[in-house]
Design a binder for this molecule. Sequence first.
Ligand code: ATP
Ligand code: MG
Length: 435
Amino acid sequence: MAENTFAVQSVRGMNDVLPTQVAGWQRLERVTRELFTAYGFEELRVPIVEHTALFKRAIGEYTDIVEKEMYTFTDSGGDSLTLRPEATAGVVRAAISNGLLRGARLKLWTSGPMFRHERPQKGRYRQFHQIDVEAIGFAGPDIDAELIGLTARLWRQLGITRVKLKLNSLGTAQARRVYREKLVEYFRGHESLLDADSRRRLEGNPLRILDSKNPDMQALVAAAPLLTDHLDSESREHFDGLCAMLAGMGIDYVIDPRLVRGLDYYSRTVFEWVTDALGAQDAVCSGGRYDDLIPQLGGEAQPAIGFAMGIERVVELMGQAGAVDAPLAPHVYIIASGERAQRTALALAERLRDDLPTLRFQSNMGGGNFKAQFRRADRSGASLALILGDTELERGVASLKSLRDESGQTQWPLPDLAARIPAILADLAGPTEAG
Ligand code: ATP
Ligand code: MG
């Protein structure tokens, strides 16, 4: 590949979000910000880069992410750093290192790019984006139910219907130790059927084998013993409590005893919103409890639960549901012809923006004759054209013309424009004003 070509291509699996695509992102960002605030969650922003050791310890050595997907590098000071592959580790690190934990109950959210060296395909990228919610210091199933209720409300607000909720409980670490032995015994009995990854995990973390995406492994995984049958009584109670609350809230779910999730830190409740509308990718929003993670990272023990949704996947679902706003057109497009008129037009536009701060004024840039400027005005989607010419200017007037109907052109003294424009727009109120 010639050096030039190389330099102007984006890195594989890392995408631009073009102006034509950005409306869905902005709507999702706006709706989630309002929803999180209404539920009492506060935004936290954490770095994109953290010490590699943080992710190894939080996510677990025997996971796809840590084994083969992290963007890890040594900086010029010799530190091993990693581009974050997920958000929970950084949020927990921030809570510990800023002293936010100490007996506190934290409801936090964050969002931004995540990085995983996966095989890029539709809905699966190497730089992708997540919106992430974490609740720290809550032990009971009520917060589990509230988080799930929040996501269900989000789908409703976005018009997304092709999603369904899967639930499972992973029990406590102790319950998993008992189950782990059963599982190892089972997989050892079928060792010849295990792929290389699974064979390695058999020693390090056999539960991970259940999360294998290898189609050749599915039959073996399907017949494996179930964690649900080895749940400790407290986790069972927690899970039953959650299910009862969800039923009370009218939220449908299916219990999937094979849902284990791709990260090691989960315990008890895990959940995933899945869809059949995104081809090979079915996970839209995933999360769970991580009651043991914080002490593992050196913090005061606190139960916690969180989830993350993939922005690209949610935005795709929004597009399919027709839930993306059209870009906002200007209210007024300002046309000016003649040297003096063009100079005056810029100053006039600024004055109108001062006087009418809720309206959008777009000034014609780069000159052009009236015909060309009207063409641009039409293309901008504006409702109204404000027309300034040298001869009108001498008389201290400008014209307003509807771009929506044939109601013709009216002339107004410049000082009257700020009062006339809202009145005329109100008369015109049509489709693009509806939003
Ligand atoms: P998957 O099973 O699709 O690999 P995951 O279990 O690895 O997902 P999490 O680590 O729980 O996903 O991340 C939460 C959400 O982030 C997922 O539900 C999905 O919507 C999104 N996501 C995860 N990996 C990617 C990726 N490589 N590209 C785009 N979105 C992703
Ligand atoms: Mg994954």
